[in-house]
Design a protein around this ligand. Structure first.
Ligand SMILES: *Cc1c(COP(=O)(O)O)cnc(C)c1O
Length: 372
């Protein structure tokens, strides 16, 4: 048995994708599975394969390097890479039919240069900032981007496959920015049409949009976190999703200590009585937040417990009282039957996205389910 591991349930990813793709299909929209950041920590290649098996027909990633990883693994599906600045080498993307998100004329020029180098037509998705205030052309700059794209398209150098944007507050149903962004997006599409850009795919919806806003589906939805079975806002958005990730570690040593014994660096915790301390080999190098010191929930010996004292780089301690815990027993940090990634997010003041995405490379991934 390994000391600590992440177990990924590929059946869960496949079933979650099928659920989201069914919703999208009610409006004849296709589904792009977002597998950036190593598939939100679940492993980009296996997550992508499970999502494609579940009915996604596109994959979405941030960087060209992430797209190349998927292509190198033999995944040939339509794919979009959207977070690339000037100076990126776009040739590996263009030559392997990876579509590129383009937020500015400056980036378009570099994609055009890559298309000329490879002798292939580059497939681009023009991005408009409808209000998020992050990437994408500001509405004032949108016509110039369209003009440049229409010219390169007329020259046969690029194909404007998509027009797209991203929500700021779709995880807060009813937020006024949602309707505002939808309005700006419609205008941007009209302007594109007038300038001769007729995209095959218009897309806007992330997980929250896919779960709550059918009017935002357009031709393609881009769910990320929901594929992995997590709600983009557990307090407000419910969905029949199954978390795919379990994080577990085994007790390395369990030992009796007297009352008043300090535990872990800084002695921020002292035993109240004679008790058993159990050491779990996972720490902040593995993505366990140090803010979970004295707070993180862990299932061990059938009981939910709280981390005693500080989380260290490689390990933390649980005070299990007089319970019969011994070396080799399994501790579940999150996963079926144990606490959830949402519980961890709550105790450290973050979001479930960050909990699963930060699990360190040192923790081995084990895949279960069909296709594993
Ligand atoms: C990360 C990301 C998504 C997916 O977001 P979720 O909230 O995880 O569904 C979709 N589109 C873009 C542009 C993203 O960066």
């Amino acid at each position: 048995m390994v000391q600590a591991e992440v177990v990924i349930d590929l059946d869960a990813i496949r079933a979650n994708t099928a659920h989201l793709a069914e919703r999208a299909a009610t409006r004849s929209a296709a589904t792009m599975a977002v597998v950036k950041a190593d598939g939100y920590g679940h492993g980009a290649v296996p997550a992508a394969r499970a999502a494609l098996a579940g009915g996604a027909t596109w994959l979405g990633v941030a960087t060209v390097a992430e797209a190349v990883e998927l292509r190198t693994a033999g995944i040939g599906s339509p794919m979009l890479s959207w977070l690339n600045g000037p100076g990126t080498d776009f040739t590996p993307a263009v030559s392997t039919d990876v579509d590129l998100g383009v937020p500015s004329v400056r980036v378009l020029d570099e994609v055009v240069a890559a298309a000329r180098t490879t002798g292939k037509t580059a497939r681009v998705h023009l991005k408009v900032d409808t209000g998020l205030g992050r990437s994408g052309a500001a509405p004032a700059d949108w016509p110039d981007l369209l003009t440049a794209a229409a010219k390169a398209q007329a020259d046969g150098i690029i194909e404007a496959v998509g027009v797209w944007s991203h929500f700021a507050c779709a995880d807060e149903p009813g937020h006024p920015s949602i309707a505002a962004q939808l309005g700006v997006f419609s205008q941007a599409l009209e302007i594109a049409e007038k300038q001769g850009i007729r995209p095959q795919v218009r897309h806007l919806a992330n997980s929250a949009g896919t779960l709550t806003l059918p009017q935002a589906y357009f031709d393609l939805v881009r769910p990320g976190v929901a594929l992995y079975g997590l709600s983009p806002n557990p307090a407000r958005i419910e969905a029949p999703l199954r978390p795919a990730m379990t994080l577990r570690g085994e007790v390395l040593i369990a030992k009796r200590v007297p009352a008043g014994h300090g535990v872990s660096y800084g002695h921020t915790y002292h035993t109240a009585t004679e008790t058993t301390l159990a050491l779990i080999p996972l720490g902040y190098a593995d993505g366990i937040p140090r803010q979970a010191s004295g707070r993180g929930p862990v299932l061990l010996g059938g009981e939910r417990r709280t981390i005693a004292g500080r989380v260290c780089m490689d390990q933390f301690v649980l005070d299990v009282g007089d319970d019969p815990v011994s070396a080799g027993d399994e501790a579940v940090l999150f996963g079926p039957g144990g606490p959830s990634a949402d519980d961890w997010a709550d105790v450290v003041g973050t979001i479930n996205y960050e909990i699963v995405t930060r699990i360190g490379a040192r923790v081995p991934r084990r895949y279960v389910g069909t296709g594993a």
